[in-house]
Design a protein around this ligand. Structure first.
Ligand code: CDP
Length: 229
């Protein structure tokens, strides 16, 4: 096999998927695509339009109707992509505590997943990309050339997210972040459609005690192995 054309990275919240995915995409000169922002965008749109989040069909209809664009960053404010809903830049609103608290409920709806999965597969058709999410290796791109499943203990993940938010000037407490993350992980793992789990052929990497550089080096070694195979 030559250089992997499609790399899937899955795992629970704040396991290091974004950091690794983005760094790998830069190393390989590939497109980096974070599918989480799409579920966040649907959730934000539903909240903004006061759609009752337990009304599954209404949320699914909204997911089919809105146009979510994920493009190269249009502002140099540290964002890795610009996300627009119907042409309006919503990048900064996607990580609010309210979106965090509701996104896994929205992402559990089969109609929402169907609409997002369809778009994600189309984006991946061009190849040369690193796609990041929860079900990329299992459902969206089961034929991906390389599948990584990142894990880390939940306290480490909550600490990382807390640090990230503090650096952005946010005041969310560690305890709130931990609780919200645990609830989201539970919902993501327990949902019926495309639950969070490693594909049988995914390589599991525990990032709890490894630096960003170590994880990147490990992933690059795995890619070299594929190249040499
Ligand atoms: O950045 P973080 O790991 O906290 O979350 P995210 O990747 O932005 O994903 C937010 C939420 O979207 C997850 O908790 C899942 O409920 C949902 N999601 C999903 O169901 N499937 C994906 N492929 C990506 C995200």
């Amino acid at each position: 096999m030559s250089k992997p054309s499609v790399i899937a990275i899955d795992g629970p919240a704040a396991a290091g998927k974004t950091t690794l995915g983005h760094a790998l995409a830069q190393e390989l000169d590939y497109l980096y695509f974070d599918t989480g922002v799409m579920y966040r965008a649907v959730t934000l749109a539903a909240l903004e339009e006061s759609v009752d989040l337990v009304a599954e069909e209404r949320v699914a209809a909204l997911a089919r109707r809105i146009v979510i664009d994920v493009t190269e960053p249009t502002e140099a404010d540290g964002r890795l992509a610009t996300v627009c809903i119907d042409g309006r830049d919503v990048t900064h609103d996607l990580r609010s505590p309210t979106v965090d608290a509701n996104v896994s409920r929205v992402a559990a709806y089969p109609g929402v997943r169907e609409a997002m999965t369809h778009q994600q597969r189309r984006i991946a058709e061009r190849g040369q990309l690193v796609m990041v999410g929860r079900d990329i290796g299992t459902v969206v791109l089961p034929d991906a050339d390389l599948k990584l499943f990142l894990v880390a203990d939940v306290e480490t993940r909550a600490r990382r997210r807390h640090q990230e938010y503090s650096q952005q000037g946010r005041s969310d407490s560690y305890d709130d972040i931990l609780e919200s993350m645990q609830q989201r992980d539970r919902r993501d793992r327990e949902r019926e459609v495309a639950p969070l789990r490693a594909a049988p052929d995914a390589i599991r990497i525990d990032t709890s005690a490894q630096s960003t550089e170590e994880v990147l080096r490990l992933a690059l070694r795995l890619i070299e192995k594929i190249n040499g195979a």
